[in-house]
Design a protein around this ligand. Structure first.
Ligand code: DGT
Ligand code: CA
Ligand code: CA
Ligand code: ZN
Length: 580
């Protein structure tokens, strides 16, 4: 843990304590108390340090004297001896079992205490060997679903977030460029280039006259922990951060065909090769082989697609979901680009759980060339004292008005919209009254708790929010967290239809764990006539840069700039929202 633990860090500690106690079969009520504390802290609108400074820790629901003391210890030292002692009693691999869908702490505890299982690998061996049947209450069906869960957990473990993968791929490419001055081109391909929310491995492509020298240099980069295989054109390595990377090195004249091939997807490539074959061309990463045996090489991807009579297809569309048909018909969309974005309509500040004040967030947005932003701090909800209520919203409004006046006086064409991120209750009500919402420039409505609902309830919840005349944006509509939680089973078509009718924007939240709506949902939403907005949901000025991941996600949903409301001017946005 870092020297200054965040609410999230501390919440994780309490959740871990609850898991460990449950694994050890300790008192249910104490387990529940820690679990509740973890959940509540995770959703607090202000830093725990602020609560403590005001002597209000024990006013947080679920936080009593004992937990308040532990929060204090964690804030001061970053450590909790009580937690460390618990961890010593349970091998680390036992908590890993919880990643298997269907295995909770109680089951993990029984697997550990009754069968001595201390890791996913051991669980797999035991399940396959039929040893789980020895446990009371473990029928064939349970064991079967555990086996399926294990492979799901294994798959998940190996995939990384797009944002992390891009960071590493760019670092690798920069290091390679520095090591090989004669490199003519280098780029990442694979699912990373297609912008998938998670990525299995990094596929790096390099072009140089001396391909084997590039492979050698690649395997010797300091970032590389282990070389798994290496030849003249290819190498597979493991990075120190645990990521797997493939390098393919080609002569510059083959760059286009290699880039096309290694970008994928596999389904796109299969369809592509069928189309090529129909024209008597056999395609591989080396180029097109004609019937007479001669090779047609392609230095650019444009040449690759042109060879079979198609325009270049953007990588984000290459999933064989209609892109070939659109390319042939000349109806490929002109996709939104990062440079089209001129606003970020979901930002937090220190007024709730953000890490920087409004001015700092605004200046970060100006640095990015934006013309307007919305500050949308959290509403007070679930009895939280530091979310915004009517009174604090009024105070915040004055601060924003003063900043806007300052920009106007300095002749800077930049405006801060005063907004809020208001909670949608499980029933679809909003956590602030209508007259308070009416005073705001823009309202983001989001669901944060109790996302496990039936499809009907989850959809109705959001549609009720859409129907509120003050709501302008539905934030992270599905509520998924990549790697830890599926989203709510929202009917995207029904939501989008309602959003289009009531002129409410659907968000593509750019947070690396969210990317919500995802590409497929964006495509459906646009088809139902909805308009989207791509927002960073930044809690820190650095996080405004997440916008690029949201843009890639929207592109995977075939979104053009006109369908993304934050490519519009402030006036155009106001005009659109007011015409309802
Ligand atoms: P990932 O890594 O699981 O997120 O997904 P991709 O799409 O990056 O897949 P990967 O790394 O296995 O391969 C990268 C691309 O290279 C893939 O999209 C298509 C191409 N490719 C690689 N191996 C094969 C293959 O055996 N057959 C075909 N058709 N294409 C391949
Ligand atoms: Ca890959
Ligand atoms: Ca690969
Ligand atoms: Zn937010």
């Amino acid at each position: 843990m870092t020297a200054y633990p965040t609410n999230h860090d501390i919440a994780e500690v309490f959740s871990a304590i609850a898991d460990l106690m449950e694994i050890l079969d300790e008192d249910r009520f104490r387990v529940q108390a820690y679990r509740r504390a973890g959940d509540v802290i995770r959703h607090l609108p202000a830093p725990l340090a602020t609560y403590r400074a005001r002597g209000e820790l024990e006013q947080i629901p679920g936080v009593g004297k004992a937990i308040a003391e532990k929060i204090g210890e964690l804030l001061d030292t970053g450590e909790l001896p009580y937690y460390n002692r618990l961890r010593e009693k349970v091998p680390p691999g036992v908590r890993e079992l919880l990643r298997v869908p269907g295995i909770g702490p109680r089951t993990a505890g029984r697997l550990y205490r009754e069968l001595g299982i201390t890791s996913l690998a051991e669980l797999k061996v035991a399940a396959e060997a039929g040893r789980l049947a020895a446990l009371k209450g473990f029928g064939a069906k349970t064991i079967d679903s555990i086996l399926q869960g294990i492979s799901a957990a294994e798959r998940q473990e190996r995939r990384m977030l797009l944002a992390h993968a891009i960071d590493s791929a760019e670092a690798l490419i920069n290091a390679l460029r520095a090591a090989v001055p004669a490199l003519s081109q280098a780029a990442y391909a694979g699912s990373l280039r297609r912008g998938r929310p998670t990525v299995g491995d990094l596929d790096i492509l390099a072009a140089a006259d001396d391909a084997p020298a590039v492979v050698r240099a690649f395997t010797m980069l300091p970032l590389v922990a282990r070389v798994e295989s290496a030849g003249d054109e290819k190498a597979s390595i493991l990075l120190h951060n645990g990521m797997q990377a493939d390098l393919i090195a080609v002569p510059p004249g083959m760059w286009g065909s290699a880039l096309q091939h290694f970008t994928g997807s596999k389904a796109h490539n299969i369809h592509f090769r069928e189309l090529a074959l129909a024209q008597g061309l056999s395609f591989s990463e080396h180029g097109f082989r004609r019937a007479d045996g001669t090779l047609l090489t392609c230095a650019t991807e444009e040449e690759v697609y042109a060879a079979i009579g198609l325009p270049w297809i953007p990588p984000e569309l290459r999933e064989d979901e209609g892109e070939f048909e659109a390319a042939r018909a000349g109806t490929l969309p002109c996709l939104v680009e990062l440079s089209d974005i001129r606003a970020d309509l979901h930002l937090h500040s220190t007024w709730s759980d953000g890490r920087a004040d409004i001015r700092t967030m605004a200046e970060a947005a100006r640095t990015r060339g934006y013309s307007h932003i919305a500050i949308t701090d959290h509403s007070a909800y679930m009895g939280m004292t530091h979310g915004l209520d009517a009174e604090r919203l009024r105070a915040q409004r004055q601060e924003i008005a003063a900043l806007n006046a300052e920009y106007a006086a300095r002749g800077i064409p930049f405006r801060i919209l005063h907004g809020v991120e208001v909670d949608i209750t499980p029933e679809g009500n909003l956590a602030l009254p209508d007259d308070v919402l009416a005073e705001l420039d823009i309202v983001v409505a989001s669901a944060h708790i109790q996302l496990r609902q039936s499809p009907e309830a989850a959809t109705e919840r959001l549609i009720r929010a859409v129907r509120n005349p003050h709501v302008d944006i539905i934030g992270h509509p599905v509520g998924r967290m990549l790697g830890s939680r599926d989203g709510a089973p929202v009917d995207i078509d029904a939501l989008a239809y309602a959003a289009a009718e009531h002129r409410v924007l659907l968000e593509v939240n750019s947070g690396p764990h969210r990317l919500d709506l995802d590409g497929a949902a964006v495509r459906r939403a646009l088809a139902s006539g909805a308009v989207i907005t791509i927002n960073s949901d930044a809690h820190h000025p650095d996080n405004l840069a997440w916008m690029r991941f949201g843009v890639v996600t929207a592109r995977r949903g075939w979104a053009g700039a006109a369908q993304v409301a934050n490519t519009w001017s402030d006036e155009a946005l106001q005009e659109w929202l007011s015409r309802r």
